[in-house]
Design a protein around this ligand. Structure first.
Ligand code: SAH
Ligand code: SF4
Ligand code: F3S
Length: 437
């Protein structure tokens, strides 16, 4: 059958979609890029904030006329919601007249059978049970060509941050074995990938038979020909010095750390169950900059967590000011059903206050990024080319090891190749320059 697979949400969903593709192709299905040509439309979805849910309901609405048309023609039309929203809402999704298949993140092996059953019976199917063991380690992902390969090394999360739905949608933490990961990395080098990103919801709590994330990344860094290694997302509580020294020692481990902070108020951090204080976070930042002075630091922040006052918010502002992140992804708190926060704390910060705080925090962060980027003027940076720049066919773009975007006039070099760029101009979002070699 022709199957359209759409991916929403984080990199872990992108990686899961590559597994889903392999599972479907192995059963003789073909992938297509248009719903009109598809007998099966699958959406690999996210549940992290309410707007992620809304987007999928909107997409289901758009598919309604196509569903009616297929019914009139007595042709099968399977519309599946997969991923975190599927796990989160389960049967509730079938209340939408278009969806007839719901499959959670640990049940993708069942997809071909479930699709067959719907085609045969015209009934709906829901498979959303969480597993303590499933890592899909034996399935080789079908990657869509690119410069970076996502490699899931652990699944699930045991941290239960009060605001977060992920422990419920992705289940308990479990890690793949080091040999299976190293084997995949070696194959990626052989296939020509210059960069891999090791993925997990709490990537640095990776642990397999006593071996830690630091042990794994050191072994990965020693694979001949592996030019760039990234990882995301680490949790501050699991950042060992051994990991920092590994990043400092191996030039192919990129000097970029995404270190979600969430809030600068100790009272809010405590309610969030983040298990660190602002002073501990700052201490970690200091250690990171001592061991890896050239590293860039990025973060995730939430504004408007229940009970957050202007005073709490000012503490967040102060901490952002103290750290000077290179980039920050700032979100308005969105209550998620079933989480600790939804159970214990009413969503009591007014929408106007959330909006006001996110705007102010973004402005502050933009100023910081602008000033930090200006320091790169007239420096030469090493860039891995990713493709054409959004703004012009005559421009290419790539990333520094620190994950800064660099835009430069088109060269004869291809995506996946490295160039040196002298920076001539900088903005909040990127560095601009010319290739000098
Ligand atoms: N596991 C990763 C992050 C997963 S979600 C980590 O811990 O770093 C990515 C980001 O979404 C989080 O860091 C958080 O800032 C944000 N987020 C998660 N739940 C949210 C919610 N209920 N409302 C608003 N933002 C949320
Ligand atoms: Fe969610 Fe916290 Fe786990 Fe990240 S560490 S996925 S924010 S529970
Ligand atoms: Fe969203 Fe699930 Fe990722 S909730 S952020 S797709 S783990």
């Amino acid at each position: 059958m022709n199957i359209l697979l759409e991916t929403y949400g984080c990199q872990m969903n992108v990686a899961d979609s590559e597994l889903i593709r392999s599972i479907l192709i192995a059963k003789g299905h073909q992938m297509t890029s248009s719903a009109n040509d598809a007998e099966v439309v699958l959406m690999n979805t996210c549940a992290i904030r309410e707007n992620a849910h809304r987007k999928i309901y909107g997409r289901l609405d758009i598919l309604r006329p196509l569903k009616k048309q297929r019914e009139a023609e007595h042709r099968p039309f399977v519309v599946g919601v997969l991923g975190c929203m599927a796990q989160n809402l389960k049967e509730e999704l079938l209340m939408h007249p278009v969806a007839n298949l719901v499959v959670g993140p640990d049940n993708y092996r069942a997809l071909p059978n479930l699709i067959d059953r719907i085609v045969q019976t015209n009934h709906h199917e829901v498979e959303a049970s969480l597993s303590e063991y499933e890592t899909y380690s034996d399935i080789a992902p079908t990657r869509i060509e690119g410069v970076n390969a996502w490699v899931t090394i652990m699944r699930g999360c045991d941290n239960f941050c009060a605001f977060c739905v992920v422990p419920y949608t992705r289940g308990r933490e479990r890690s793949r074995s080091i040999p299976s990961i190293l084997n995949e990395l070696e194959q990626l080098v052989a296939a020509g990938y210059p960069q891999v990103t090791l993925l997990g919801q709490n990537v640095n709590s990776y642990c397999h038979e006593g071996e830690t994330f630091a042990d794994l990344i050191v072994k990965a860094a020693q694979i001949p020909g592996l030019k760039r290694i990234r990882f995301t997302s680490p949790h501050p509580k699991d950042f060992s010095e051994k990991l920092l020294y590994a990043i400092a020692e191996y030039p192919n481990i990129c000097n970029h750390i995404h270190l979600p902070l969430q809030s600068g108020s100790d009272r809010i951090l405590n309610l969030m169950n983040r298990t660190y204080t602002s002073a501990e976070y700052l201490g970690l930042v200091k250690t990171i900059r001592r061991v890896i002075p050239t590293t860039t630091l990025t973060t995730d922040m939430i504004v408007g967590f229940p009970t957050e006052t202007e005073k709490d918010f000012q503490e967040t502002v102060q901490l952002m000011d103290a750290v000077q992140f290179d980039n920050a992804f700032i979100f308005k708190y969105s209550e998620r059903k079933g989480t600790i926060a939804a159970r214990d704390y009413p969503d009591d910060v007014a929408e106007v206050d959330k909006t006001n705080r996110i705007v102010r925090l973004n402005n502050i962060q933009h100023e910081i990024a602008f000033a930090k980027h200006r320091c790169y003027s007239w420096q030469t940076v090493r860039v891995l080319i990713e493709g054409s720049a959004d703004k012009g066919i005559n421009q290419q773009m790539g990333k520094t090891a620190g994950n800064l975007t660099v835009v430069f006039p088109k060269t004869a070099f291809n995506p996946g190749e490295f160039v040196s760029v002298r920076v001539t101009e900088t903005t909040t979002g990127a560095l601009y320059g010319e290739v000098i070699e």
